[in-house]
Design a protein around this ligand. Structure first.
Ligand SMILES: [Zn+2]
Length: 225
């Protein structure tokens, strides 16, 4: 039996983070806890939390750390995550959130923080070809479109290029991401939790690298995993 994992995955937009998180959650049989997905769900079903979050985002505000941690903490307290662990995607984004997460996962802690690294030029190419379902957020690209006419394979919604996927906007977001995550990288390095993984290549190759990094770190003989 493969042991579970308590994992945080960092990576800039276009680094393939979402794809890898889904694969890792299957491999380790743990939930993929994505703050983006959770938030979309709350907004869509108009929960009190979702309504509050939506109005903040409408005003162009970032969600405050305590609100994000409340949502994440609630999810990580559920049975599946407590039992086998989780792949956390989209959180933490600040050191305040990293501290909050430390409290949430106490006393078990995290196994590892994976930082998916990829060249900016490659990211630009990926993001410029990206297409997204307006309803469920499923990702496609000009190289891998939905089966029928830019209609989402998952939910039947319309698949479009996001307005903010222009080269200029992408560059601005990547700069912001670097600035935002630099303190996080330092925070997890100091705690000896951070492992950089090369995010270039096929999804299979990247998954193999990440799984290899996790297994090596846990010193589990390959024959058992
Ligand atoms: Zn969809």
């Amino acid at each position: 039996m493969i042991p579970g994992v308590r994992l945080v995955v960092l990576g800039k937009q276009g680094a393939g983070k979402g794809t890898q998180c889904v694969r890792l959650s299957h491999h380790y049989v743990v939930p993929h806890v994505s703050t983006g997905d959770m938030l979309r769900g709350e907004v869509k079903s108009k929960t009190p939390f979702g309504v509050r979050a939506q109005s903040m985002m409408d005003q162009g505000e970032l969600l405050p750390d305590d609100l994000v941690m409340e949502m994440v903490g609630g999810r990580l307290a559920e049975r599946d995550a407590r039992g086998r662990g989780f792949v956390l995607d989209g959180c933490p984004r600040t050191t305040a959130q990293a501290k909050g997460l430390e409290e949430i996962v106490h006393p078990f802690g995290l196994d590892l923080v994976i930082n998916l690294e990829i060249d900016t030029s490659l990211v630009m190419k990926r993001l410029a070809s990206r297409r997204v379902c307006v309803d469920c957020g499923a990702n496609y690209s000009t190289a891998a479109p939905p089966m029928v006419n830019w209609t989402c394979d998952v939910c039947g919604g319309e698949v479009v290029q996001r307005e903010d996927d222009t080269e200029e906007a992408i560059e601005r977001r990547l700069d912001l991401y670097e600035a935002e995550t630099a303190p996080l990288i330092a925070w997890y390095s100091e705690r000896d939790l951070l492992v950089p993984v090369n995010g270039t290549g096929s999804p299979d190759a990247v998954t193999r690298r990440v799984v290899g990094a996790i297994d090596t770190r846990r010193q589990i003989p390959r024959s058992l995993s």
